[in-house]
Design a protein around this ligand. Structure first.
Ligand SMILES: Cc1ncc(COP(=O)(O)O)c(C=O)c1O
Length: 384
């Protein structure tokens, strides 16, 4: 289906094409010099010591958990309202993902109070997710972690370029994972990044990413090493040079594109307050600077969300849901008998609707989406 206004769209042009072609012409396709440049630029942008490009955001989170030393049998507190990969990362290392609630209908990020209520003797880490590119309450979360001797990790998939008090998302925890999936603010198709200020953790990520080997194919090609040892059970989580070349171009656009996303979000908020007063608008008051990854709203209880999404689709406008509740998924249900203590995340999972937002979107299109939403809400009321 061709949407008139899709949920997201790439900001791709000649520069991305040129960057990929220049890799193809170089005849070196797997992790090498372009990836090193992307990592340096990303680390500089974030103000962190180390950045490691990887194959996607899911493995970035897996590496962060593995390299942080989270042991099998321990517990990692994660938000209930996130993409399943956040929780899967904890489970890959044999830990249990324990779900914490969101702050409230207007702040869907993980709640520090709920985190604290989930801590027990097996808790090893808190893996936060900056929902929609909006910073979690990192000061409170770091205080709790310090009090209980826990590791803080960040799922910064939504948040490249977001910041709080001058410190970027991905620079707060012991390590962080980013995603460069097609729908992200910085998109390379598949791709991700692990960031950290911890030298030892960085050393483990470096080796875990490439089979636990002490030297890379790239280094041997350059004549810097003849052989290698394998010092740990590692993975092949390497990126391609094409993905890193796209990442470099996209990173250069990130600041401008995030600023435009924030302007569009502000316009959305203004129009939604005026025209759809019955809906709740999260994140009108930003904590720090958002990367404005998505535009979530909370529908009134009586609105049938699927019908509304269908009506929007009828007008050529794509909408989405962020997210179904992880503890409700079949693969997670058995370990989590009850979601009674996740009232906000449960409510958001039932009533959240995501409206289109992307760097190339125009103000006119924002107006069109809000007008369509008003009409669809009216239709929905009449059909009751
Ligand atoms: C919050 C969150 N965490 C993790 C991921 C996983 O990233 P990827 O799809 O690159 O594996 C995504 C995106 O897809 C995400 O939105």
């Amino acid at each position: 289906m061709m949407w008139r206004i899709p949920l997201f769209d790439l900001d791709y042009g000649q520069e991305e094409e040129d960057a990929v072609l220049s890799v193809l012409h170089s005849r070196w396709l797997t992790m090498g010099e372009v990836t090193q440049r992307f990592e340096q630029a990303f680390a500089e942008h974030l103000g962190v010591k180390h950045a490691f490009a990887v194959a996607n955001g899911t493995v970035a989170l897996h590496l962060a958990c593995e390299a942080a030393g989270i042991e099998p049998g321990s517990e990692v507190i994660v938000p209930a309202l996130t993409f399943v990969a956040t929780a899967a990362a904890a489970r890959y290392v044999g830990a249990e993902a324990v779900f914490a609630d969101s702050q409230g209908e207007t702040d869907l990020c993980i709640s520090p109070e709920s985190i604290e209520s989930k801590i027990n003797s097996r808790t090893r880490a808190i893996l936060v997710m900056h929902y929609g590119g909006n910073m979690c309450d990192m000061h409170a979360i770091l205080r709790i972690a310090e009090k209980h001797g826990l590791i803080v990790l960040e799922d910064a998939a939504h948040a490249p370029g977001a910041s709080l008090d001058g410190r970027k998302a991905g620079a707060w925890g012991k390590a962080a994972g980013f995603s460069f999936f097609s729908n992200k603010n910085l998109a390379t198709g598949e791709g991700g990044m692990v960031t950290t200020n911890d030298d030892e953790l960085a050393d483990r990520v470096r080796r875990l990413r490439s089979h636990g080997m002490t030297s890379l194919t790239w280094e041997r090609y350059k004549g810097q090493a003849l052989s290698y040892d394998v010092t740990m059970l590692g993975f092949n989580y390497r990126p391609t040079e094409m993905s890193s070349a796209l990442g470099l171009v996209q990173l250069a656009k990130l600041k401008r594109n995030n600023a435009h996303r924030r302007e569009l979000s502000a316009l959305y908020h203004e129009l939604l307050v005026e025209q759809t007063p019955e809906i709740t608008i999260p994140f009108q008051q930003a904590r720090g600077t958002s990367s404005a990854h998505i535009l979530p709203v909370i529908l009134p209880a009586q609105v049938e969300r699927a019908r509304l999404m269908d009506a929007m689709k009828g007008r050529g406008i794509q909408t989405s849901i962020h997210y179904p509740l992880i503890p409700h998924f079949s693969a997670y249900r058995a370990q989590n008998e009850t979601v009674d203590d996740l009232p906000v995340a449960s409510l958001a999972a039932q009533r959240e609707l995501t409206l289109p937002l992307y760097a190339g979107m125009t103000e006119e299109q924002v107006r069109e989406v809000v007008t369509a939403l008003r009409q669809c809400l009216d239709e929905e009321r009449r059909s009751d």
